[in-house]
Design a protein around this ligand. Sequence first.
Ligand SMILES: [Zn+2]
Length: 311
Amino acid sequence: MKRLVGLFAALLGCGDPELVVIDQGTPVDIAPEFPPLQIYGAPVPEPTAISSTFGPRWKASDDRDDFHLGIDYFGTLGTRVFAIGDGTVSATYLDGEPGPFTLGGNVVVVEHELPRGRTFHGRPVTRFFAVYLHLDTILVAADDPVTAGQQVGTMGMSGDTDFVHLHFETRIETVCSLPFQLANPDAGCATGFDPHVHPFVFVGGLNEDAIRVEELVGVPGFVVRYTATRGDLDLDVIESSEGVLGFNERTGIDATSIPALDSFTYGDVELQPLDFLSTSSELELEIRFRERPAFLELRDIFGRGIRFGSR
Ligand SMILES: [Zn+2]
């Protein structure tokens, strides 16, 4: 928050900008490309204890923007971690072991089958991978079958982290990120898309549909502040007359490298996530336009949301 206040003070040279409600907006409901499939269980006993959700975030510990590719569930050392559904352990990695998750500490990867008929980026997909990072202990081994709710490990702080949490990811069809696919064209895991989607696509969230959208008056351009309660951490699409930004499919987002993915400037639109910590009651994101767009639409992973202005 400090950073923003500083920025505005520099822009204005004086007092605080003011937040005002734009209008009530119009409810919208547009089917997403990959509709949620919430038949899976939570990976932790307390699934509302979240310190980072999926998508653009301000990573306070590193003092930088970061497109977070999973959900961070916080807890205490030894908190049980569960398989979210029936599947097969595709790999485990020990802290420090070479592999695709060198900063992830002790890692478990479980492969789950998708029901027939699912597509992603226009191609049929048959499976997804649930990835569990920073574990304290691992209780399964590669090729083990697991059943829904089976304990696969315990929460820890192995790898590159300074607090006890589970970084949990869901990756569709391949475990390989798009940057890895591009750097390793012969790796055999290439799908041509970045596979991480919001874990709520599979494990669900509270989904209260309780968001607030306000205009920040007294700053250059047109700035909107999106605020979601802790029960509604599933923003997916920001669509306006300036274009579409889709988090799950990386629509309008350059995912070919981590620095590109972590940059929240998209042409004339810029995203500015505010601090969100385990103690925050709300998640806030500022959407900055050079000029007021003809319309603005904000939709969650279900395709439900609000439109301001008319298309
Ligand atoms: Zn994380």
